[in-house]
Design a binder for this molecule. Structure first.
Ligand SMILES: Nc1nc2c(ncn2[C@@H]2O[C@H](COP(=O)(O)OP(=O)(O)OP(=O)(O)O)[C@@H](O)[C@H]2O)c(=O)[nH]1
Ligand SMILES: [Mg+2]
Ligand SMILES: [Zn+2]
Length: 292
């Protein structure tokens, strides 16, 4: 039989047959030795245990369309990175890190600006402008009022989308809004720290419309950088490209070089300050890394 791994916990994989059956499976011995660890999102061939039709065994992993490391999910077509305008407050550094991971993993990204019902300070337009300028598709929405959900659904339809974002931004709440039967657990923010409480502990996939899958994932509060070379980083910032052609040196790293047109553009405000700051921070971090 053919199915999809929708969840993996403690050595068990939950395989959905695409109709109505969810089977608790073990992986056939040998997967791990051959460096093939089943991932949430994997399409598999499985068989049922004779004595207990609720449980089974994964016999084969079918070829993957894509394989993500952060979060560890197979066969995603795109990522929806969610940020919230408030509660928790928008944190550009973390979003920029996540964009870098998705860029490195060559996965198309949609940025979802959520909780717009809380946007009394009208922060949405500025966030949108920065990330549209970085070449991203941006959708804003409120899972609470439903505003923007129709546009978001169109962006998610007939695709497998992995949800990503800091703890507490509303990933599970969005899933519940699109699919009440999912009944994902959601959590209040910590009053003291104003951060999420890491309510979701495991990646889990749901089919919310025909051929349309959403993978909820645990939120993060910090993130390292993908293994890219420091001198490749500038190519991950699309909005530097144009000014970059006018730098005095062709191999300019856009930090302290004389005649750097990217720095000049950031100072003049035509490249967003927060993006340039992220770039400089990431550059130092990558330079400080041991070579691979
Ligand atoms: N006002 C408002 N609150 C929201 C909205 N979406 C989510 N929340 C609230 O934000 C809090 C966190 O939501 P979750 O869905 O648990 O966040 P999460 O991103 O899944 O968090 P983790 O599972 O910890 O990664 C909950 O109290 C939700 O009710 C929204 O659109 N508007
Ligand atoms: Mg959650
Ligand atoms: Zn430069």
């Amino acid at each position: 039989m053919r199915g999809k791994i929708v969840k993996g916990i403690g050595g068990f994989y939950y395989v959905h047959d695409g109709k109505s059956m969810l089977v608790e499976c073990r992986a056939r011995g040998g997967f791990r030795n051959r460096d093939q660890k089943p991932l949430v999102g994997d399409d598999v061939l499985f068989s049922l245990t004779e004595e207990d039709p609720g449980s089974g065994r994964i016999d084969e992993l079918l070829p993957r369309r894509s394989e993500l490391i952060r979060p560890a999910v197979a066969n995603a077509d795109q990522a929806l990175i969610i940020v919230s305008v408030q509660k928790p407050a928008f944190h550009p550094g973390l979003l920029d890190r996540f964009l870098l991971w998705m860029n490195w993993q060559a996965l198309p990204v949609i940025i979802g600006i959520g909780k717009t019902d809380l946007d009394e300070e009208d922060k949405e337009p500025a966030i949108r402008r920065i990330y549209e300028g970085a070449g991203c598709r941006v959708c804003s929405f409120s899972a609470k009022t439903g505003r923007g959900l129709e546009e978001l659904k169109e962006a998610l339809r007939e695709k497998t989308t992995v949800l990503a974002g800091a703890s507490g931004v509303g990933k599970s709440t969005l899933l519940n809004a699109l699919m009440p039967e999912a009944a994902m657990e959601t959590g209040e923010l910590s009053k003291k720290l104003g951060r999420g409480r890491h309510t979701t502990r495991h990646a889990e996939i749901f089919c919310w419309a025909p051929d349309s899958f959403l993978c909820d994932t645990p939120g993060f509060s910090s993130l390292d950088l993908p293994p890219i070379e420091a001198d490749q980083l500038r190519h991950c910032f699309a909005e530097f490209e144009e000014a970059g052609t006018r730098c005095a040196f062709r191999d300019c790293l856009h930090s302290r070089e004389k005649g750097c047109a990217v720095r000049a553009a950031a100072e003049a405000g035509s490249i967003p300050e927060s993006r340039y700051e992220s770039y400089l921070r990431f550059l130092e971090e990558l330079k400080a890394r041991k070579p691979y």
